[in-house]
Design a protein around this ligand. Structure first.
Ligand code: UGA
Length: 432
């Protein structure tokens, strides 16, 4: 298959590279010339384990290419994936679809034979209908088909999630395109992925409903964790106890800081906003958004309590500042609320992140980036474990001096209270 991926962000780049690895001819297009030139040199714009190797292998094999030439890339391809951003609108909660529609207009100029045009970006229900209208202003409807094929990959696990997905969802209103896509995904289906063929609007909604449900599950366990803290129960026992019920399932039941990233916060707002337009009140998701918004303040209250309401001049170490482990992505990370809050109250903050320095904290004189875990932890009054990188799981706290009454706030519950207290430190976790 000849495939064109428009947009080399997370979804576009990872899917494009993986499609080429499955034996297709893929051209990844982006208007950012620097990004494209770098990709041609093997410089990857995002941190994603395993991605670089697959890019280099397939670029060398000439199955994968990068270009800024939208016109020729569209002309040469049978399948075009739209993978541009759908951020939250500046004034409101709905998704900004301007990039999707602008790409649609561009595609309509260069259709020279039958094309399948696929939205892989997360788009609200009925976006495919709009896109079809835009393209059909220039091109007759029998020359193209608009399909929804949402992506479910997670940052940090993207390659694995692409190759071994639980399901592939294809929403198409025409049978021919559906068959072509089933064929494209055949190597993944043969490895056990379920292929869900549905109509276009349903596929669009499946993506939003999935992310909203996962965000709800996390928020649910976060609130149960708050309850556990009051009644001296370990939330980890609750996660195991309920997760073993197959109707509930054990994944995404890890209590922690507010969920973040480029997807859950944006997509929960967008689904609510789309439903509002149809006069449907998604009250459960609305309360999830509200609860998650309050969560960082709730955790900061606990920090205050741990430090006996004396934040000023306290040395606080943050281990991990991205929104989760195995990514360099800072978007909607709860550290963006926590670190400024503590810095403004006079704490001296050192942070260490395996993906390095973050410019977001540069404006605070009392926040600095350390080049090692040990340097970050030196002389701390409080260590906050903010993300669950494996690097942190193997920290040897024994090396730290016990003269100071060091406190450890483990926001990902990666250590046991017994282990830390046996070393002479004070341990605080989430929901324990
Ligand atoms: C999420 C979905 O998991 C993907 O299926 C989806 O494709 C993607 O959004 C997207 O729409 O593109 P991602 O944002 O990469 O993926 O990250 P997740 O691993 O889902 O984590 C999101 C947030 O939830 C993080 O802040 C994480 O720390 C938090 N989380 C996750 C928990 O607090 N507890 C959990 O048990 C799981």
């Amino acid at each position: 298959m000849k495939i064109c991926m428009i947009g080399t962000g997370y979804v576009g780049l990872v899917s494009g590279v993986c499609f080429s690895d499955l034996g297709n001819d893929v051209i990844c297009v982006d208007k950012d010339i620097n990004k494209i030139n770098n990709l041609k040199k093997g410089i990857i714009p995002i941190y994603e384990p395993g991605l670089e190797e697959i890019v280099l292998k397939n670029y060398k094999n000439k199955r994968l290419n990068f270009s800024t030439d939208l016109k020729n890339s569209i002309k040469k391809s049978d399948i075009i994936f739209i993978c541009v951003g759908t951020p939250t609108k500046k004034n409101g909660n709905s998704a900004d679809l301007s990039q999707v529609f602008s790409v649609g207009r561009e595609i309509s100029k260069y259709i020279n034979k039958f094309k399948i045009i696929i939205t892989k970006s997360t788009v609200p229900v009925t976006t495919g209908d709009e896109l079809e209208k835009i393209i059909s202003k220039k091109i007759s409807k029998n020359k193209f088909s608009v399909v929804s094929n949402p992506e479910f990959l997670r940052e940090g696990e993207a390659i694995r999630d692409f190759i071994y997905p639980d399901r592939v969802v294809v929403g198409s209103n025409d049978k021919k395109s559906n068959l072509i896509l089933k064929n494209l995904y055949a190597p993944l289906i043969s490895k056990g992925a379920k292929y869900i063929s549905t109509n276009r609007r349903a596929a669009e909604l499946i993506k939003y409903a999935s992310n909203a449900f996962l965000a709800t599950k996390i928020t649910f366990i976060n609130e149960i964790a708050n309850f556990c803290e009051k009644v001296e129960i370990d939330v980890e026992d609750i996660s195991i106890g309920i997760g073993l019920d197959k109707r509930i399932g054990s994944r995404f039941l890890r209590a922690g800081p507010a969920y973040g990233g480029s997807c859950f916060p944006k997509d929960t707002k967008a689904i609510v906003s789309t439903a509002d337009k149809f006069k449907i009140d998604l009250s459960v998701i609305k309360s999830v958004i509200k609860s998650n918004k309050q969560r960082s303040q709730l955790l900061l209250k606990r920090v205050n309590h741990i430090l006996n309401n004396k934040i000023k001049n306290k040395n606080i170490c943050f281990l991990g500042v991205t929104f989760k482990a195995n990514t360099d992505d800072m978007r909607d990370s709860s550290s963006l609320e926590m670190i400024p809050y503590l810095a403004k109250r006079g704490a001296k903050i050192k942070y260490y992140d395996p993906t390095g320095h973050k410019h977001e904290f540069d404006k605070f004189r009392n926040v600095s980036c350390s080049n090692s875990i040990n340097n970050a932890m030196k002389n701390s009054d409080l260590i906050i474990i903010h993300t669950e990188w494996n690097d942190f799981k193997s920290i040897n706290f024994k090396k730290l001096s016990t003269t100071k009454k060091l406190k450890i706030y483990d926001m990902r519950n990666i250590f046991s209270s017994e282990k830390i207290t046996s070393l002479g430190f004070k341990y605080f976790g989430i929901g324990r």
